[in-house]
Structures are given as C-alpha cells and as structure tokens.
Design a protein around this ligand. Sequence first.
Ligand SMILES: C[S@@+](CC[C@H](N)C(=O)[O-])C[C@H]1O[C@@H](n2cnc3c(N)ncnc32)[C@H](O)[C@@H]1O
Length: 215
Amino acid sequence: MTDFNHSEIEEYCISHSSPQSSLLCELERKTLLRSVYPRMISGALQGRFLAAVSQMVQPYTILEIGTFTGYSALCLCEGLKPGGRLITIDNNPEVETLARSFFERSDYNQQIEFIIDDAARRMEMLMPPFDLVFLDADKENYPRYLKLASRLLNKGGWLLADNVLWGGHVLDASHKNQKETKGVVLFNQMLANDPQYQVVMLPLRDGLTLARKIC
Ligand SMILES: C[S@@+](CC[C@H](N)C(=O)[O-])C[C@H]1O[C@@H](n2cnc3c(N)ncnc32)[C@H](O)[C@@H]1O
C-alpha cells in the first residue's frame, strides 16, 4: 500500500465528510489562535464523528468530561433529543469565557450546563441516568472516570473516550511509567475486560473508544 502522510489522509477524510457549521469553524479558528494547547480540540473530523454518534444514539442526557473551548460539546449536542441536556465539566476557569460565548451563540444554549469544577469531584455528586458520556480530560484519571461513569450510565448507554492511543505511547515501553500513559493503558485494559461493556477502539486521530453498557 502507498505510504500516505497521516495529515493528508485526515484532510482527505475531512474533505469527503459533511462540513462543520460556520460557528464550529470560527470556534476552531479562535481556539487555534488563542489557546496555549490548541491541539486539545477535537477538530473537524472527530467532531463530525461525535455528532454522528450522538445523532445515532439520540441521547436525552449527555455528560462530557473536559470541555476545553466547547467544540466537542457543541458537536455532541447535534444529536440531543428535544428537551435533552448536556452537562460539561472542566476545571480550568481560563476556558470559561470563550466556551460560554460560543454556547450562547449556538442553538443549544438552553440545553447546556457548563460546570467549572474538578471532574471526579462533580461526577460523584451527579445522579444517573446518562445516555452518553464522553471522557476527554486528564488521562491519569481515566480509570477513575470509568468507575464513576459506569455508575452514571444507563443500561444501553454509550461511553466514548478520546486519546486512547495517547500518541502511540500505549505501545511504547519507554513511556510506561509516565502517569498519563499508565492511566490510559489501565483504562483500556479495564474497559476491554469489563463484562458490562461491548467495546470498539478506533484508530481515529489519537484513538477513540466507543463502548456500549449492556448491563
Ligand atoms: C483535551 S481537552 C478537552 C477537549 C474538548 N473535549 C474538545 O474536544 O474540544 C481536556 C480538558 O480537560 C480539562 N481537565 C483536565 N483535568 C481536569 C479535571 N481534573 N477536571 C475537569 N477538567 C479537567 C482541561 O482543563 C482541558 O480543558
């Protein structure tokens, strides 16, 4: 097979997917210009995938762990049932103004609850059920988030987790003691071996896992 450049493949996939809205385009641009770590944003391809999953699931309740500038939250909202809600949590107050300004300009402002807090602390306080949970915050805490999300998810609900390949470090012994790598590796093992879930790990971008809670 021809050795394609990874970013060329991503560009080809983006150009053969439905375009993101002009609001998401503007948010992506502003994130790239203003943020210290712009690469944290889901971006066009993963964003269209999150929106497609949400449209298939048609959740009434969504929980997102790791808001950043609000891009993935707005993509996930595209599948919300009428009257449904998305709760998104981030512990960094510096992301608040930009994310809130885009939530306010979107069609989903009334459906979004944006909480600035530590994710695990707040997850312990939330009441089930959630139909879809998206994990995209600090990787060292992924195993903890899995336990907390399992309590909150409905039977038949969906768990999505980003960065499950962690830049390939999950396969690299020289990174095995790094706390983020340890967190992702343990999370991947726990989820793959948990009989409550049907799991598929996709090599989309930095790795995205979809898991259905079956009991
Ligand atoms: C990869 S970014 C999220 C990207 C966003 N989901 C998107 O696709 O546009 C991770 C976010 O998790 C947040 N975060 C890190 N540790 C956290 C914690 N303990 N509790 C809540 N949020 C946390 C960071 O502040 C950061 O904004």
